[in-house]
Design a protein. Structure first.
Length: 430
């Protein structure tokens, strides 16, 4: 660290110390269960992944915490996120981004490991005293497509450093699933990791068995869960994953909360549902709880009810089915180029609101796909229909070029709520 950087860091630390007082967070085993304590009181995480999302919105629906993946990004500063969370009564599990082997980071390279350690140390010193801070999350899914277990040594070194400089917040790391190899190594070599974080989607329904198979008996947080993963669903004959409707996702999320999250309060410290914003990952709708245009989906209703026991005053529309050319999503639908086809769907609105519809067609090719949540470019819209009055059907024109596509339908209730569904299809050559 050069002299100027050191001065900036010291000034940042002084500013934080003058303006903020840390809130102590502890992990205790009491009355036969693990529990986080904040300000000396039991604290159960009712959270969501929300790095760029609407923090006030999360609080308004009953969430008490949010998770980030890194301390700095191109859209917002960590200090701004912490301040906004504090203003809205939320805590932050602050992510510390460290290198992944699948992105080329070599944990045999001691120079790079040391540089990373020093960078992370600086980030911890900047934010450790903020009252909204709940815990530090070191890395994200570092076990995804990796071989070198030295990554866990680096994680433990950071956790040890956290305990040295920050006596108020626990340290953890986020695993993709949970496996015996990681658990055995971490148990033996990483005493400074306070608890594990587990990330599972459709397979969360087997959470208890996966934890037992891994031999883990300690406390944990589920830091990503929600819709069934794109790798866990049925595919078309041309290899495209078939996405659930917004209603099917909401029903699955509700069941997973009841059966796999809140059902285990002896070891589970809470969870962060994924994702309290919008992102492109396989499709623009697969994981986000919001549409690109900002409307809330049924998954938000479900989580508000889970967290508070109450439903929102105005409910999101419910979609019962969608068909293309009288076929359902699982029928391997083939269409001719530049021909009109009917998309049919049925939607019920719990509040009997007047509904409008938008429709679009997107290409569905692997050129756009990432891995493990990596950035993906959104496909360019091929066909679009705006703001049509709901009748339960729209007429589309298939693309000219042969290949895989999806037709998306979005149904709006005029109260910032929306249902959605899409159908994959293949345009054949003539």
């Amino acid at each position: 660290m050069n002299t100027i950087s050191a001065i900036i860091l010291i000034l940042a630390m002084i500013s934080c110390s003058l303006n903020n007082k840390p809130v102590k967070v502890e992990l205790k085993y009491k009355d036969g269960k693990y529990q986080l304590y904040r300000k000396g009181k039991p604290y159960y995480i009712k959270g969501a992944g929300c790095e760029f999302g609407n923090i006030a919105n999360l609080a308004s629906h009953g969430g008490n915490s949010m998770r980030t993946w890194r301390t700095e990004n191109k859209k917002s500063s960590s200090l701004g996120i912490l301040d906004e969370a504090h203003k809205n009564g939320l805590t932050i599990m602050m992510g510390l981004e460290i290198g992944r082997e699948r992105h080329g980071f070599d944990y045999n390279d001691t120079i790079w490991v040391k540089k990373q350690y020093e960078y992370v140390k600086g980030e911890i010193l900047k934010y450790k005293d903020h009252p909204a801070l709940l815990a530090w999350g070191i890395g994200n899914e570092l076990n995804l497509e990796y071989k070198n277990k030295k990554v866990w040594d680096a994680v433990n070194d950071i956790a040890k450093m956290i305990h040295e400089f920050d006596g108020n917040h626990p340290a953890t790391t986020m695993l993709a699933g949970i496996g015996k190899g990681e658990v055995d190594y971490i148990r033996k070599n990483c005493p400074d990791i306070d608890f594990l974080c587990i990330q599972m989607y459709g397979d969360i329904e087997n959470l208890a068995q996966r934890i037992e198979d891994a031999g883990y008996k300690g406390p944990y947080v589920i830091t990503e869960w929600g819709a069934t993963g794109h790798w866990e669903v049925a595919t078309t004959e041309w290899g495209i994953p078939i996405e659930q409707t917004s209603t099917e996702k909401a029903e699955a999320i509700s069941g997973r909360w009841k059966n796999n999250i809140i059902s285990n309060q002896t070891h589970c410290l809470g969870s962060y549902v994924f994702l309290w914003e919008q992102k492109q990952e396989r499709t623009p709708t697969w994981y986000g709880f919001f549409l690109e245009t900002g409307e809330e989906t049924e998954a938000i209703d479900v989580m508000e009810h889970a967290w508070t026991g109450k439903w929102p005053d105005n409910r999101v529309p419910v979609i019962n089915y969608i068909k293309l050319d009288e076929k359902i999503r699982y029928n391997n639908i083939h269409l001719n180029p530049e021909k009109e086809y009917l998309v049919e769907f049925e939607v019920n609105d719990p509040d009997n609101d007047s509904l409008t519809v938008k429709c679009e067609i997107l290409p569905d090719v692997s050129d756009y796909w990432g891995m493990g949540g990596d950035f993906e470019n959104r496909p360019v819209t091929i066909f679009k229909m705006e703001d049509v009055k709901y009748t339960g059907k729209v007429l589309i024109k298939s693309p000219e070029k042969s290949g895989p596509y999806r037709v998306f339908v979005y149904i709006f209730d005029g109260h910032n709520n929306a249902a959605y569904a899409n159908v994959p299809f293949f345009v054949d050559e003539i």
